[in-house]
Design a protein around this ligand. Structure first.
Ligand code: BMA
Length: 320
């Protein structure tokens, strides 16, 4: 039996289309003995509960990914040792660091994508059946790239991945692209999906954007939560929006939020190792309700909730 997704109703008096969990953050920075911070992490239904892949930076501030398990999706037991990969569809590839994982169940296994340090950031790929043994595959792309997010099913017979070509640093630009693969090894047919917005139109997403959660199939399109960034006089500010992509051709944007759905406002989003960051990396849906997991201030993990149809209606009514 599938576990019920974590959810809490809209707070009385709130008119927001998405709202935060009242007990945020759900994972604190010192949740495991070695961690400096745990954030930008991914969660999926697994067995009778949930499993996740967590970004834990240690106290040397080395970035790595760790497996974790939960019965309710809120209380997490995260392994104290990072994931050790074994060779998958290729020999082992150097990985100087790993961060910002996403997890996608496709057909018979869970696929993990992350930002893999290989002469700069690119997209690493691994699969697992049990969150114990992880098989590392070819990197998807040349450096530099981040925010690789797989669709949960093949599209026209091919695996599909959103990503964000970038540079080696704190990238001051970035649009969302889609690429296809027949075998999870060779990627091509790269198409631009969506770009940053003009400043006057929607400034929270005018500097760079990146895919966040695994897209959710709905009757009205793929529902994708993404992050958008504005470069302020005090640095980058990361917020969350959502987009509906065409089911058959997800390079086509149907509707996209002009206003954000969630932006840094609570103290754990405003204060931390990198202030002013809301960074979604996963979303659970039971068809009616949605639970989003997001990194807050590059320090902790928070959750936000909403009703799927209300979110879709909001995107359509407030589209660019
Ligand atoms: C991005 C990535 C994310 C991080 C964000 C804000 O470039 O490094 O991991 O959350 O910056 O610092």
């Amino acid at each position: 039996m599938r576990a019920t997704i974590p959810f809490e109703d809209r707070p009385a008096g709130s008119g927001d289309v998405m709202w935060r969990y009242s007990e945020n953050p759900v994972i604190g920075r010192y949740h495991i003995p070695t961690s400096n911070s745990i954030f930008n992490s991914a969660v999926v239904p697994f067995e009778d509960g949930f499993a996740g892949v967590f970004r834990c930076d240690n106290k040397a501030v080395q970035m790595n990914i760790f497996a974790g398990f939960s019965k309710d999706g809120i209380s997490w037991e995260i392994n104290h040792d990072p994931i050790e990969m074994v060779a998958g569809n290729t020999g082992m590839i150097e990985s100087a660091y790993k961060y910002d994982p996403r997890v996608t169940f496709i057909e018979d296994r869970y696929w993990v994508t992350w930002c893999n340090g290989y002469h700069g950031p690119t997209i690493g790929i691994a699969y697992t059946f049990d969150f114990k043994t992880f098989y590392q595959c070819e990197n998807a792309f040349l450096p530099f790239n981040r925010n690789g997010v797989l669709f949960p099913e093949k599209i026209n017979g091919k695996y599909a991945m959103l990503s964000r070509p970038s540079d080696n640093g704190h990238t001051p630009f970035g649009d969302i692209w889609i690429s296809y693969s027949p075998d999870m090894k060779y990627w091509g047919e790269h198409r631009c999906v969506m770009k940053v917005t003009p400043f006057e139109q929607s400034a929270w997403q005018c500097t760079k954007i990146g895919a966040g959660s695994v897209p959710i199939r709905t009757e009205e399109g793929w529902l994708e939560f993404y992050h958008g960034v504005i470069n302020t006089c005090n640095g980058f500010r990361y917020s969350m929006g959502a987009v509906l992509l065409d089911l058959e051709d997800p390079s086509k944007v149907l509707y996209r939020t002009q206003p954000y759905l969630l932006a840094p406002a609570e103290i754990y989003e405003l204060a931390g190792d990198v202030p002013n960051v809301v960074f979604p990396c996963a979303a659970l849906s039971d068809g009616e309700r949605i639970a989003v997991y997001y990194g807050a201030a590059d320090t902790v993990v928070g959750m936000a909730f909403g009703y799927q149809q209300e979110i879709i209606d909001f995107i359509k009514a407030n589209s660019i």
